[in-house]
Design a protein around this ligand. Structure first.
Ligand code: TYM
Length: 335
């Protein structure tokens, strides 16, 4: 709890091309929650190197992502928007918490299993202990709430288990965080295979809407989206996963309810519906893209934010880290 407000933490990787899933499942909710909480939003570049990166590319993407947070509507004066690698407490707490996490727990992580099958030539120990770094991110800021998409729930559960285990030994050191999963958009599926999550690592570029796609590309990708042969806009995840995914996207983009959408397209074909979904998403993303382009040009302004927010994040992170170091028995620093 900071300044009488509860604390929120979340982060995103600056890897690959961000997708509409990242926006609907996370960023959009961050913006709606940011008045209510004291917020920390990290560009988690330390997580990114669990998979090989081109250094220049990573630096560029990290800056673009930090700028995107602002372009999407997060006020960097009110919210602490910062690079994870600028706060060394993340790595330090992560080491300590590694010693309070069991290999059996990490073995169960589905994201580790997925990623190690995709990167079979580089199953490094960072990939394996990735969830512990994520737990450290959250616990360092004593976060009460963590808005994420449904795919991060398992990592959140592990974070809670680690925090509880630590608190059981040493007293109330960590706030136990709750996940916040939005009512819409928590699991946006691939446009080409609606049984699979929309993912930036999908090889088929038509499967994902990238946040950098222009309106024509967005509309074209929706036109090509895989649906079914019944030509009825009705929400049924089992029987009509493709159309249900498009309804979810349309809900998230417009704020309309399922029944309202079904009524709107009653008697109309999939062509009309796909076009409406495409246009709603293009309308949603275009202003953000334009703001991001403008912000990226303002080097001094962005640099100022990076500096000020790194200081703020370090201050809060170190407070927790010092407490943890003392609890586990590290010698006090002499000033
Ligand atoms: P990342 O970078 O893969 O994704 C960022 C956020 O986007 C959400 N998301 C989705 N939501 C709905 N539908 C989809 N298809 C979709 N794809 C991605 C994710 O759930 C996530 O909220 N490990 C995290 C980053 C992280 C983090 C943290 C998050 C590191 N430390 C601490 C919260 C708190 C990750 O790789 O997310």
């Amino acid at each position: 709890m900071l300044d009488g407000k509860k604390t929120l933490f979340s982060g995103m990787q600056a890897t690959g091309n961000l997708t509409l899933g990242n926006y609907c499942g996370a960023l959009k909710n961050w913006v709606t929650l940011n008045d209510e909480y004291e917020c920390f939003y990290s560009v988690v570049d330390m997580h990114s190197i669990t998979v090989r990166q081109n250094p220049a590319e990573l630096r560029k993407r990290a800056r673009a992502l930090l700028t995107l947070y602002i372009a999407a509507g997060l006020d960097p004066e009110k919210n602490c928007i910062y690079y994870q690698s600028h706060v060394s407490a993340h790595a330090e707490l992560s080491w300590i918490l590694n010693c309070y996490t069991y290999m059996g727990e990490l073995n169960r992580m589905t994201q580790f299993k997925d990623k190690s099958s995709k990167h079979a030539d580089n199953i490094n120990s960072g990939l394996y202990t990735y969830p512990v770094l994520m737990a450290s991110d959250i616990l360092l800021y004593q976060a009460d709430v963590v808005p994420v998409g449904a795919d991060q729930m398992q990592h959140l559960e592990l974070t809670r288990d680690i925090a509880q285990r630590f608190n059981n030994i040493y007293g109330d050191v960590f706030t136990i965080p709750e996940a916040y999963v939005g009512k819409t958009g928590a699991r946006i599926m691939s446009l080409q295979d609606p049984t699979k999550k929309m993912s930036k690592s999908d090889e088929n570029i038509n499967a994902s809407i990238y946040l950098t796609d222009d309106p024509d590309t967005i509309i074209r990708k929706f036109k090509r989206a895989v649906t079914d042969s019944s030509a009825e806009v009705r929400y049924d995840k089992e029987e009509k996963p493709g159309i249900s995914n498009l309804i979810d996207i349309y809900r998230s983009a417009t704020g309309k309810g399922i029944e309202e959408i079904e009524r709107e397209f009653d008697g109309k074909g999939y062509g009309d519906f796909k076009l409406a979904v495409g246009e709603s998403v293009a309308d949603l993303l275009k202003p953000i893209q334009d703001r991001q382009v403008d912000l990226l040009k303002d080097k001094a302004y962005i640099d100022g934010i990076i500096k000020a927010n790194a200081e703020k994040a370090n201050y809060f992170a170190n407070k927790t880290l010092r407490k943890v170091q003392k609890k586990v028995g590290f010698p006090e620093r002499i000033r």
